[in-house]
Design a protein around this ligand. Structure first.
Ligand SMILES: Nc1ncnc2c1ncn2[C@@H]1O[C@H](COP(=O)(O)OP(=O)(O)OP(=O)(O)O)[C@@H](O)[C@H]1O
Length: 665
């Protein structure tokens, strides 16, 4: 049963909207209004219980008095929940007879609203429509099935007085890390609500901070670093050092002659046999230093070659145009008699520790992976595809330069890195067979290249180094291919080997490349990944060169014996903090007096010195009697000033040999 309002409850409503107290006996008791009688009428209820005095509702009364209908004196509105509404209505009998609710909107034109005072909106509880939950899927509003719902203004979003979201929000500002952080720029969007998107001003790069670039080691705790994190990997260092050692290798008491433009010849042939199979002349390969630029080159000597036509040697010049990652760059060809004969010399780039494909795969018998003794091991298919892609790249460059390789032999293709191959003996046959091939069109020679390419791959895939063996049994080897490799590899080799139909101009290296595009992409991906890992290695060394130069500077200043007694260069003056800094960085001891060899500390200190950081450090004299508190910035200033001082004293001639350490570095 509904509880009647007690007079005490009504006290809250005793202040009119204007703020002035209103006499209670003019106000009709709400219990009368709601229940028709008031239990407290005779028990002190101060409100008016005379229903005849005011025939109208209190609302009408307010209308008459010109007051706003909805104020604190209005009958209290009790919101109902759905369940409560289902149980019982708290509305009065007036509410029951109220006109049904008609939503506003376009339909209002056809269905008139109940009459209301035009100027003053009247609060009428009967106008309150109970909330009816609706299942309306906005996302489907546009679908044909929901078209009627979408058209129904009851569900229109405008009816709820809401602007579409896109209008309510300012247009999105694209993120630009390089944008200036001026506040005006941000406030110009008029949205104080939004945080500035990139408020930090651009600062110069912090060179003393190492930015780790992947791939990363997984087995370390997140904060751990090892010494090798600051240097290139041991494997790469070893490889590069071996190459550098091979480059610098000399032969004491060498019987080899000195050429006009090249000296310090060093033989690269591992066998002493005189093989004439490829060029028709025995060939010998040397590493040599150019007298002109001091760089290392690879010289190939064709023994006993007699030049009869000057044009032949000029034919080789065309090869200078071919600059390709899979072709050893050709430089020049000349004849010489320094070997006590008439020799033809070809000069190419030198690639230290290069091996021919033959040497790599067949020269040293390899243990069989399944323990079946020694012998040639089948080359994995991905390696073969990598070779195919690289040789295609080389042939493409050569054919587009209107030349032909003519020398696709596994003893004339070198491996300079893991699976990285290059055509090594270019230009030679163009000179040596100049007269013989002169009448032949280049297109024919290029077709021959494709066939040679196919036979080379067949020999590698069948682990058969003898070219003539393969030549005589092509079909047999082709038949055995599908047992070891995919059909696509067999198809590619077969396409290369089979001669083109007469008049068929589609047999071209470009056609071949487009046929194997998928495998070329794999090779490109491998090459890019290799390049990524090299870049990562390089970044480790990035700062070290800078630190070496800093160390050189520091050591030119500290402990100079010749200036020890000089007041101008006294180590008790400006140079003293630098000397103490050197002790602080490199000669630290622990509380037991044992040396602390913390590479991280050394690198950190040197980097901060180089970056002239504001951090302060405490430098203690060796006798522990004085202490200096000094910032890296101050030390950097002292370092630069002292080094400049040294430079002034230097009588170094501008053209003196050697590398000059300049102050700016
Ligand atoms: N541009 C080069 N840079 C460095 N080394 C090279 C270069 N070209 C060839 N070599 C190396 O020189 C060596 C001899 O090469 P060569 O072409 O004579 O091979 P080979 O097996 O001796 O062939 P042949 O039996 O025809 O003489 C090989 O180990 C090869 O790797």
């Amino acid at each position: 049963m509904a509880t009647q309002f007690s007079p005490n409850d009504m006290r809250r409503g005793q202040v009119s909207q204007s703020g002035s107290p209103r006499p209670k006996n003019h106000t009709i008791c709400r219990n009368i209004l709601i229940y028709g009688h008031c239990r407290y009428k005779d028990q002190g209820c101060a409100f008016n219980h005379d229903t005849n005095q005011n025939k109208g509702s209190p609302i009408q009364e307010h209308q008459q008095s010109g007051k706003k209908a909805l104020n604190v004196e209005s009958p209290s509105f009790t919101p109902i929940t759905l369940q409560q509404a289902a149980k019982k209505s708290t509305f009065s009998s007036q509410a029951a007879s109220a006109a049904p609710f008609t939503p506003r909107g376009p339909s209002a034109n056809t269905t008139p609203n109940p009459p209301q005072a035009a100027d003053a909106p009247v609060f009428n509880p009967s106008n309150i429509r109970e909330f009816q939950p609706q299942t309306f899927d906005i996302s489907n509003a546009g679908s044909p099935n929901n078209q009627s719902a979408a058209n129904d203004s009851t569900y229109s979003i405008e009816n709820f007085g809401m602007a579409p979201i896109a209008q309510a929000l300012p247009p999105p500002v694209p993120f630009n890390p390089y944008a200036t952080s001026e506040h005006s720029a941000i406030s110009s969007h008029g949205a104080a609500y939004y945080q500035p998107q990139f408020a930090t001003p651009l600062a110069p790069p912090q060179y003393h901070l190492y930015a780790p670039i992947g791939p990363y080691r997984e087995d370390l705790l997140p904060y751990q670093r090892v010494t090798h994190d600051f240097f290139i990997s041991e494997r790469l260092r070893d490889e590069l050092q071996k190459k550098s050692h091979a480059t610098l290798q000399t032969m004491p008491n060498s019987p080899l002659p000195q050429l006009e433009k090249y000296h310090s010849l060093f033989p690269l042939d591992t066998s002493n046999r005189k093989n004439t199979a490829i060029f028709g002349y025995p060939s010998w390969v040397f590493k040599a230093v150019s007298s002109k630029d001091g760089k290392y080159y690879c010289l190939r000597r064709l023994e006993g070659y007699r030049l009869t036509n000057e044009k032949a040697i000029h034919a080789a010049r065309e090869w200078k145009k071919v600059i390709n990652a899979n072709v050893v760059t050709f430089h020049e060809a000349f004849t010489t008699r320094v070997f006590q004969d008439s020799s033809l010399i070809f000069c190419h780039d030198y690639h230290p520790l290069a091996q021919t494909l033959y040497e790599h795969h067949f020269a040293t018998p390899q243990p069989h992976p399944r323990g079946r003794g020694l012998g040639p091991v089948a080359i994995p298919e991905n390696v073969l595809w990598s070779y195919i892609s690289q040789l295609s790249n080389a042939l493409r460059a050569i054919h587009h330069a209107k030349l032909a390789a003519r020398c696709l032999d596994m003893t004339k293709i070198i491996i300079t890195d893991k699976n990285r191959i290059r055509l090594a003996a270019t230009a030679i046959l163009d000179v040596v067979q100049f007269e013989a091939t002169q009448p032949r069109p280049v297109a024919d020679l290029q077709q021959e290249d494709l066939v040679q390419f196919g036979k080379l791959m067949l020999a590698l895939a069948s682990s058969t180094p003898q070219a003539d063996h393969v030549n005589n049994n092509i079909q047999r080897y082709m038949d055995s291919l599908p047992m070891k490799y995919s059909a696509s590899l067999a198809e590619a080799i077969s396409w290369l080997i089979s001669p083109p139909a007469p008049g068929d101009k589609t047999k071209h290296i470009d056609t071949f490349i487009s046929n194997i595009a998928m495998h070329v992409m794999n090779s490109a991906d491998q090459a890019l990944r290799a390049s990524d890992s090299l870049t990562s290695e390089l970044t480790r060394e990035l700062e070290n060169g800078r630190l070496v130069r800093l160390l050189c500077k520091l050591n030119t200043i500290t402990e100079r014996g010749e200036y020890a007694g000089e007041v101008a260069w006294s180590e008790n003056g400006e140079r003293y903090p630098l000397k103490l800094f050197r002790d602080y960085v490199f000669h630290q001891v622990d509380d037991q007096g044992r040396p602390v060899l913390d590479l991280g500390h050394m690198i950190r200190c040197l980097n901060k010195l180089d970056a002239a950081a504001e951090d302060r450090i405490t430098l203690v004299t060796r006798d522990e009697q004085s202490v200096f508190v000094v910032s890296y910035k101050d030390l950097k200033l002292l370092l630069d000033r002292s080094f400049n001082e040294l430079l002034k004293r230097t009588k170094q001639a501008q053209n003196s040999p050697g590398t000059v350490l300049v102050p700016g570095i």
